[in-house]
Design a protein around this ligand. Structure first.
Ligand code: ATP
Ligand code: MG
Ligand code: MG
Length: 372
């Protein structure tokens, strides 16, 4: 049997395995540090990477997979490079190196001739202030590493707000930051693309994303009222990156639809939360296509026949009873705001779907329709 090794043991690893197993693929998982492995229980061998364990031993303990991938961008690039001695690692370690650090990421996107929000690097509170003075308000200050779900970043819209974060920034100690100009956007969209080892590129329809307190709550796909021009522009951006980086696997691209057109916000070198709708809304899921791509299998059709929506279950783990196309529960222990699962709805029209989204949000979160 063909075996894939996944670095990481969260819900993305879980869904890659659930979608890959029907293709006849076996999985093993590498847990780093004290990572929780509950999500991948019963889906394959779990190996714990201990401090000092040599890489060949880890690779053999994983059952000598024919290819290795990862479920998150904050993974040790050094470890990935060491694993490359034994089998291909896709996406390539270079792709992780670029995307796990916001400054390197923006520099790489710009180098490929693609647009991002104006930005400046900063390594101290004083440099942050100087950058904000140049870029103007509102500004976003983001730590270059370890940011997700809006964590490790601040939005400031006045001198007072900038002064108010001073102690917090200083308390972080030495850190690299990127300061970005706040973009006025009509909406946020994302594109999931996949490139196979032999260079075939496919993309899904754009999804429109609504966040709540920095965390994705709702993804609609195809994004309502997207004209062919916007879809085409996004596809061209992503294809440029996939081809220039000789990328293999799924790459996710988050964008702002701004007054100046489509701007890239950030990339994720992996399957992405805004692509979960593909589990029930597209002919082939992003998870299956990622596994196909890294194993050199032909890619599956990315078409969506009807509008779909994915609603995250944040801090709730009770299966909703309203009609749906599937509920995925990740099997994690309950914590406020934590991504516990998601539900997918599919319908004939965006209008029909809108009504059902509101009802589903109410069932999940009560009257406010928002997570606690
Ligand atoms: P994710 O969980 O998607 O990885 P993250 O923590 O990496 O999120 P970003 O995606 O960079 O953070 O930012 C989170 C959100 O903050 C964005 O989705 C957007 O709503 C807002 N935001 C970030 N940067 C800007 C900007 N330059 N202008 C306007 N809004 C922004
Ligand atoms: Mg991010
Ligand atoms: Mg983001």
């Amino acid at each position: 049997v063909r075996r894939v090794g996944i670095v990481g043991c969260g819900q993305l690893a879980q869904m890659m395995a659930q979608e890959g197993r029907p293709l006849g693929v076996a999985f093993s998982f590498l847990a780093e540090g004290d990572e929780n492995t509950g999500c991948v229980d019963g889906l394959g061998t779990v190996v714990h990477a201990r401090e000092g364990a040599d890489v060949e031993t880890l690779y053999r303990a994983m059952g000598s997979p024919e290819v290795i991938t990862a479920e998150r961008e904050q993974v040790s690039v050094e470890l990935l490079r060491a694993l490359e001695q034994f089998c291909p690692v896709y996406p390539r370690p270079d792709a992780f190196e670029k995307t796990q650090h916001r400054l390197r990421e923006k520099t790489a996107i710009t180098a490929a001739g693609l647009p991002v929000a104006p930005f400046l690097p900063a390594n101290s509170y004083d440099e942050i202030c100087a950058a904000v003075a140049k870029l103007g308000y509102p500004a976003f200050i983001k730590s270059c590493e370890n940011g997700y779900d809006g964590k490790n970043q601040w939005r400031v819209d006045s001198d007072e707000a900038l002064a108010a974060i001073r102690d917090e920034v200083i308390a972080q100690g030495e850190q690299e930051y990127v300061v970005e100009k706040g973009i006025h956007f009509s909406r946020e969209v994302s594109l999931i693309g996949v490139r196979s080892a032999d260079g075939e590129v496919l993309t899904y329809p754009l999804a429109e994303n609504d966040h709540y307190k920095g965390t994705l709550l709702v993804s609609k796909a195809p994004a309502p009222d997207v004209d062919d021009k916007l879809q085409q522009a996004a596809q061209d951006y992503l294809a440029t990156l996939l081809n220039e980086w000789d990328y293999v696997g799924v790459l996710a691209m988050e964008c702002f639809v701004s007054d100046d057109g489509l701007l890239i916000n950030e990339l994720a070198p992996r399957v992405h939360n805004s692509g979960h709708w593909t589990l029930a809304g597209a002919k082939t899921s992003q998870f299956e296509n990622h596994i196909r791509a890294i194993l050199g299998m032909p890619l599956g059709d990315t078409d969506a026949e009807r509008p779909a929506v994915m609603i995250n279950m944040l801090g709730v783990d009770k299966k909703p009873t309203l009609p749906n196309e599937g509920v995925w529960l990740y099997g994690k222990s309950l914590r406020p705001g934590r991504k516990m699962g998601h539900v997918i709805l599919v319908d004939d029209t965006q209008e029909a779907l809108s009504t059902r989204i509101e009802a589903m949000l109410e069932e999940l979160y009560g009257e406010t329709k928002r997570p606690a």
